[in-house]
Design a protein around this ligand. Structure first.
Ligand code: FAD
Length: 401
C-alpha cells in the first residue's frame, strides 16, 4: 500500500478550516488545505462584510494561536450587551466590568478575518494550499481516503477534515443524512452609521418581526443583523436607503439616536443544518459542515473554533496515523456536549424571541427583568456567551500547541 500523500487534508478554507490549519502550524503533520475560491477574490463567500462577534473565549484562543495581534487592529471591543424586547417592559445589560473581564467579546468583519487568516496560512511553508480547487469525488481505500480535485488530480490522506460549510460537498459525496430545521427567517445584514456613539455597546432587540442585533464597529458604525420572516426581506431590501433606515428605526428605536447611513446590504436564509453522523471512517465534520446555526446568538464561528482547537489538541502529538478511530472518538467526546448545548440554546432563543404570542412576550420580558435583578443568572449568561465554562483544550487555556 502506497504511503498517503498527507496526514490531514482540510476541505474548505473558510474561517473554521483556516483556523484549524493554523492551529496545527507547529505540528509535524503533513497537511493540505483545499479551497474552492481564490482567497483574494471578493467573491469568496465566507469572507464577506458580515460582522462576527467573537466571544471572549475565542479571543483568548486566537491570542494563544498567535493571531490576535494581527486581528486586534480590525476589531472593536464589546464592553456591554444591552438586551431588550420591543413593546415590552424589561431589559437586561451584561457588562465586562461586572464580569471582571476587559471585554465581553470583539467584533470583526469576516472579510478582515479572512485577510489575516490567509496571510497567516501563506507564511506557513509546511502547509500545502490547493486553491482554487474543488473536491469532486471521494474514495475510501484501506487506511486512507482518496480525493479527486476538479483538475483531475488525486490525493490521499489518513484523515479528511470536512470544513466545507453548510452545503458540504463531502457530506453529499458520502450520501449522509442531515437534520434540518427551516426557521422561515432571513437575516438582512448591513453596516449602519448612527447619530450617537455606540460606546462599545452591542444591542440585541427582540421585535415581533424577529430579532435585531447591532454590533459596535470602528468609526462609530454598527454591524446590523436584522432577522425577518422569509419573504419580507425582498420588500425591505427594495427600499431605498432612507426608507430602509426609517423602517429599521421604527423597529429598533432611538437608543443610538437617528440612523444616518447604511452600507451594502446582504441577506442569508436561516436554517439549522446538522450532519447526523459527523464522525465517519477517517473523516470528521467541523464548523458549519457539522452544524450551521441561526446567527441570533452569534455562536456559529465561536463554536466552530472550539471544534477545531479540540480536534487539534487530540491530533497534535500523533506520530503515525491521524485517522485512528480513537482520535475521532476522543474529539467527539470532547465536543459533543458543547455542540448540543449551543444548538439547544440557540433554538430556544429563536423560538422564544421570534414569536409574537403575547403570553410569551410577557414571559420573556419577566425573564429579562429577572435576569437583570439576579446577578448569578446574568453571570451564567455572560459566561456562556463568552464561551467559557467547560473543560477546555490547551489553546483555550493559554497553552500553545
Ligand atoms: C448573518 C450572519 C451573522 C453571523 N454572525 C456571527 C457571529 O456574530 N459570531 C459567530 O461566531 N458566528 C456568526 N455567524 C456564523 C459564521 O459566519 C459561520 O459559523 C462561519 O462563517 C462558518 O465557517 P466555516 O468555515 O465552517 O464555513 P464556510 O464559511 O461556509 O466555509 C466553507 C468553505 O469551504 C469551501 N468549499 C465548499 N465546498 C468545497 C469543495 N467541494 N472543495 C473545496 N472547498 C469547498 C467554500 O468555498 C468555503 O470557503 C454568522 C453567520 C451569518 C450568516
Amino acid at each position: 500500500m502506497a504511503q498517503a500523500d498527507y496526514d490531514i487534508i482540510i476541505v474548505g478554507g473558510g474561517m473554521v478550516g483556516a483556523s484549524f490549519a493554523y492551529a496545527l502550524k507547529n505540528s509535524a503533520h503533513k497537511i493540505a488545505l483545499i479551497e474552492a475560491f481564490d482567497f483574494k477574490t471578493t467573491q469568496q463567500p465566507s469572507y464577506d462584510d458580515r460582522g462576527i462577534a467573537l466571544s471572549y473565549g475565542s479571543q483568548r484562543i486566537l491570542d494563544t494561536m498567535g493571531l490576535w495581534q494581527q486581528l486586534a487592529p480590525h476589531s472593536t471591543a464589546i464592553s456591554d450587551i444591552h438586551i431588550s424586547d420591543r413593546g415590552h417592559f424589561g431589559a437586561t445589560r451584561l457588562s465586562a466590568q461586572q464580569e471582571n473581564v476587559p471585554a465581553l467579546g470583539q467584533v470583526i468583519l469576516a472579510r478582515a478575518m479572512g485577510k489575516v487568516l490567509n496571510q497567516a496560512m501563506s507564511e506557513n511553508t509546511t502547509l500545502d494550499i490547493l486553491c482554487p480547487n474543488k473536491v469532486i469525488a471521494l474514495n475510501h481505500q484501506s487506511n486512507q481516503v482518496e480525493l479527486t480535485l476538479d483538475d483531475d488530480r488525486k490525493i490521499t490522506s489518513k484523515l479528511i477534515v470536512a470544513a466545507d460549510g453548510a452545503n458540504s460537498t463531502i457530506r453529499r459525496l458520502l450520501d449522509l443524512s442531515v437534520t434540518e430545521q427551516d426557521y422561515q427567517q432571513t437575516a438582512i445584514t448591513a453596516n449602519i452609521s448612527t447619530e450617537r456613539p455606540h460606546h462599545n455597546r452591542a444591542f440585541e432587540r427582540f421585535t415581533e418581526h424577529g430579532p435585531i442585533a447591532l454590533l459596535p464597529m470602528p468609526d462609530n458604525r454598527c454591524s446590523l443583523i436584522w432577522t425577518v420572516k422569509t419573504g419580507d426581506e425582498t420588500a425591505i431590501n427594495d427600499l431605498d436607503d432612507t426608507a430602509f433606515l426609517a423602517r429599521l428605526q421604527t423597529e429598533f428605536g432611538y437608543r443610538l439616536g437617528q440612523f444616518t447611513q447604511v452600507g451594502k446590504r446582504g441577506h442569508y436564509p436561516l436554517k439549522l443544518t446538522q450532519t447526523d453522523q459527523p464522525i465517519q471512517n477517517r473523516i470528521v465534520f467541523v464548523g458549519n459542515a457539522a452544524h450551521n446555526l441561526h446567527p441570533i446568538a452569534g455562536q456559529g464561528f465561536n463554536l466552530g473554533l472550539r471544534d477545531v482547537i479540540a480536534l487539534a489538541d487530540v491530533l497534535v502529538d500523533e506520530t503515525e496515523d491521524c485517522g485512528r478511530p480513537k482520535h475521532l472518538h476522543d474529539y467527539q467526546q470532547w465536543q459533543q456536549r458543547d455542540q448540543d448545548n449551543v444548538i439547544k440554546a440557540t433554538n430556544l432563543l429563536v423560538r422564544l424571541f421570534s414569536n409574537n404570542n403575547p403570553v410569551l412576550g410577557h414571559g420573556r420580558s419577566a425573564g429579562l427583568i429577572a435576569l437583570d435583578l439576579i446577578p448569578p443568572a446574568k453571570h451564567w449568561l455572560a459566561k456562556k456567551s463568552m464561551g467559557l465554562g467547560k473543560k477546555q483544550p490547551r489553546l483555550a487555556r493559554g497553552i500553545a500547541l
